[in-house]
Design a protein. Structure first.
Length: 281
């Protein structure tokens, strides 16, 4: 890596950190920006013109099978350098932004969620899966959750600096609280609610593995990750009569449009629609 690239990358990461971007975003942007710098390794990054940038993006599209999400991340990573690091005006690159395919989220039924939790092989694993479903937490929110953020007086869970660097609160289930109290007595975590064997933050991969094994033991073959428990939380709330604005707030969504996707997968809404076959037979 030559001096020009090192300097540009250093300034790039420092600007991301100064603007308080999340660790995941910084890593994603850096991983997309480094190949870009290497592609123009003989040229000073500030001197790469718009046409060359478009040619680079088109090169990636033709040489790799990029997902819609990855293509958009690459464009955003490049734009960040010129607009935020070099403070240039916003630039539109004449390349069609890929549209993400509309996909309904994977949902577990209430009975499947119960079976998955019951199939977890110890109280710690049961508590992790129960928390994911009971509060609709993202997997990153689970591993970052600290003991002090469980407020049993107000019966809420405080989610600090979640996606978008926003705090929010979700309800604390009474049954989850009893489970967590038993869990605490046995495992005695020090700072984070769930900690690794050597202390410190629990790993994301371990939580996914917990769900995978619990599903297998429960005989559930339906596809679905830990995030599907969050989707199930929202869908089951909607089916139970909770209004969409409250669900939006609990999930921490910025846009109501994001939350509205659960109306597409709610059995309660769909089952109320009469099939035309019932009218003619």
């Amino acid at each position: 890596m030559n001096t020009m690239i090192k300097t540009a990358l250093k300034n790039y990461i420092e600007t991301l950190e100064l603007k308080n971007y999340s660790v995941n975003t910084i890593n994603n942007y850096r991983n997309h920006f480094i190949p870009y710098l290497n592609y123009f390794s003989e040229k000073k990054p500030s001197q790469i013109n718009k046409e060359e940038i478009i040619n680079y993006l088109m090169h990636l599209r033709s040489s790799r099978q990029l997902s819609a999400s990855e293509q958009n991340q690459i464009i955003n990573a490049v734009k960040f350098f010129y607009e935020k690091v070099l403070n240039r005006p916003k630039e539109l690159y004449d390349i069609p932004r890929a549209k993400k395919p509309f996909q309904l989220p994977g949902i577990f039924s209430a009975e499947e969620v119960r079976q998955i939790i019951d199939a977890a092989n110890n109280l710690k694993h049961k508590s992790i899966l129960s928390l994911a479903y009971a509060g609709g937490l993202r997997i990153s929110e689970i591993v970052n959750l600290k003991i002090s953020e469980i407020d049993s007086q107000r019966m809420v869970i405080n989610i600090r600096q979640a996606k978008g660097r926003k705090d929010r609160i979700v309800m604390l289930s009474e049954k989850l609280l009893l489970m967590l109290r038993d869990y605490y007595k046995i495992y005695k975590p020090k700072e984070y609610l769930f900690e690794g064997q050597s202390g410190g933050m629990y790993s994301l991969r371990s939580i996914q593995e917990i769900l995978k094994k619990a599903k297998s033991r429960a005989g559930i073959k339906k596809k679905g990750s830990v995030h599907s428990l969050r989707h199930s939380f929202a869908t089951h709330l909607l089916e139970g009569g909770t209004d969409i604005l409250s669900i939006k707030k609990l999930l921490g969504h910025q846009s109501l449009r994001t939350t509205m996707i659960y109306t597409h997968v709610s059995n309660e809404h769909i089952s109320k629609i009469q099939s035309p076959l019932d009218k003619i037979l």
